[in-house]
Ligand binder design. Structure first.
Ligand SMILES: [Zn+2]
Length: 332
């Protein structure tokens, strides 16, 4: 199964750029920015990087964020992610970038865009096509929403395909962001908010109705509402399921008890993703392997998950067809 999963050409639809920084990348950043106080010794950094609990995860996340000062740092981050994706035979990824956080930290918008563009070019040379989702950090409110929208629409960098919303869900209603999503959609960006990761199905309903979500980030709690599951199936709205992330953040007890089983049984379009892979000790191949083992899936069922990700992506039709044909060749 491991070699079969590796052979499948894969697509990743839910990975945060800052959260994708592996130890090698962070080591490079820490040596470039020793003033940040992040360990510059590999063994020490690996200890710092080992997942302990959610608070420690946030500490590591913001330590990485604090070392992103300019285009070279963004380039390092993007290329580090691309190398890791190439190693796993991931051909295409839609990567979430949070411009508001970088700009608030003092990076010029032009520096961010230059790093994304040069990193994306190097990724393509490695055989990994990258697209961007610019997302609103929900906890920063409507000011951040306006800034994210303005930046996305005025800059409109190559590869920008979607508009997102992340951060804590409790007390941060999705509906207040509707005008920003309306404007993003009018400009041709796809709507991909997080919802139902840390709150119930009502948040997913709001993402669907108020933000016209075309995919849902996580959507874990949908299984609590059969009418919602039916709606997701009927409308073909895919879920970006991140099993290991959900276990690490204690939204579910284990992969074995993850509602991905009920989602698949109900006919929901499930895609597997990593969220913040090195922070959670996850890889995309590992997610496929863990779900295949937990649900006792056949190779054909695993291939179906890879197909779902291709179909749920915002790739052009011709690229989707080519990837689906490659998957079929692996299955045959
Ligand atoms: Zn996420």
């Amino acid at each position: 199964m491991r070699s079969f999963i590796h052979a499948l050409p894969k697509v990743e639809l839910h990975v945060h750029l800052v959260g994708s920084a592996g130890v090698g990348t962070v080591l490079e950043l820490a040596r470039r920015h020793p003033e940040a106080g992040v360990p510059t010794d590999r063994a020490e950094l690996e200890r710092f990087y080992t997942f302990r609990d959610f608070d420690h995860f946030l500490k590591v996340y913001w330590a990485v964020q604090s070392m992103l000062k300019g285009r070279a740092d963004i380039h390092t981050l993007v290329v580090g992610l691309a190398r890791e994706l190439a190693r796993q035979n991931v051909r295409y990824a839609e990567v979430t970038v949070t411009p508001h956080n970088h700009i608030t930290d003092g990076m010029a918008g032009d520096e961010l865009l230059a790093g994304l563009a040069s990193g994306r070019a190097e990724a393509a040379a490695l055989g990994v096509d990258l697209a961007w989702c610019f997302d609103i950090p929900g906890e920063k409110g409507l000011v951040a929403a306006r800034e994210t929208l303005t930046f996305a629409l005025s800059e409109r960098p190559d590869g920008l395909v979607s508009f997102g919303l992340a951060g804590p869900e409790a007390g941060i209603g999705r509906a207040q962001f509707a005008p920003f999503f309306d404007a993003a959609r009018d400009a041709g960006l796809h709507s991909v908010p997080h919802a139902g990761e840390t709150t119930g199905p009502e948040t997913i309903w709001s993402a669907v109705r108020d933000l016209r979500a075309e995919r849902i980030g996580h959507g874990t709690s949908c299984v609590e509402d059969p009418a919602l599951v039916e709606h997701l199936v009927l409308k073909g709205i895919p879920l970006e399921v991140c099993p290991t992330s959900n276990v690490r953040t204690q939204q579910v007890a284990s992969i074995e008890t993850h509602p991905v089983r009920q989602m698949l049984d109900a006919g929901v379009v499930v895609t597997l993703n990593t969220d913040d892979p090195p922070f959670f000790g996850a890889t995309l191949e590992g997610e496929y392997l863990a779900v295949a083992a937990a649900l006792d899936l056949t190779p054909a069922q695993v291939a179906r998950l890879a197909e779902n990700a291709v179909l749920a992506s915002f790739l052009p039709g011709s690229r989707k067809t080519a990837l689906l044909e490659e998957i079929a060749d692996v299955v045959a």
